[in-house]
Every structure is written in C-alpha cells, then in structure tokens.
Ligand binder design. Sequence first.
Ligand SMILES: [Zn+2]
Length: 143
Amino acid sequence: MEKIDCHFCTHDGGEILVANSVLRVIAPEEPEFPGLIRVVWHEHVVEMTDLEPSQRSALMQVVCQVEDLVRKIMNPHKINLASFGNFVPHLHWHIIPRWQDDAFFPESIWGKKLRDNSEDLLNGRHQQAELLHAALKECFISE
Ligand SMILES: [Zn+2]
C-alpha cells in the first residue's frame, strides 16, 4: 500500500490524547472548530472494509466513546461523525460537535460558511474543549 506523502503515516496529526496499539485519538489544530476530535487508525488502510470485522468494531467503539465525552462536556446541539479520506486516504474518523449558532450550521463544516462567530463565543468553546482534552487523556480505551 502506498505510504508516500501520507500525512497520517508521517505525522501524528495533532496532539495525541490517548492511544492503544492500533489507533490514536488526536486533538488537531482546528481553531475554527473547538472540540473536533479525530480517531486515526495507526496502520495505513484506506477503507473500513480493509479492516477485519473485530477491528471495525474496536474502532467504532472508540469513536462512540469519544462522541459520548464530547456530548457530556461540550453539550452540542448535534454530533457530526464523518470519514472521507479524499485528501488523506488513510482511515480516520472526525467527531465534530455542532451548535445551531456555529459558523457553518446546518451545513457541514466543509460547506458554506453562514455566519461569523464572536471571539467570546469561540473562546468559551475552546475552554470547554480543553476540559474535553483533559477527560480524553484520562479515559481508558481497550485494545
Ligand atoms: Zn497513511
């Protein structure tokens, strides 16, 4: 499988909050999207169906664990789960808290920007995201 120029083969992709032998949970640098978390499979695979069924389950278990903490700590109106890999075809999931007043809602965060957010609003959500990161660093993920 091609690894050349693959960002997730050559970079962590952000601050590693928690990891096991097969995957990592990272906080990427996304100033516009506080609380956005990514779960990255360590090995270079492209699609969910490149994994064994038990590996798929283990991955989604962690995605849901992250979603649960994002909901509890960030209290968003909606969670967006996404896996594209069009730019970086190395299996990863985005867990994205969404609020009705965020800059893109109800578009996806890759869609059309619909409004500006005040610095106060964003700062408040970044403070919540810090709590989320701390909680993820403390959480246990099974193998
Ligand atoms: Zn890769």
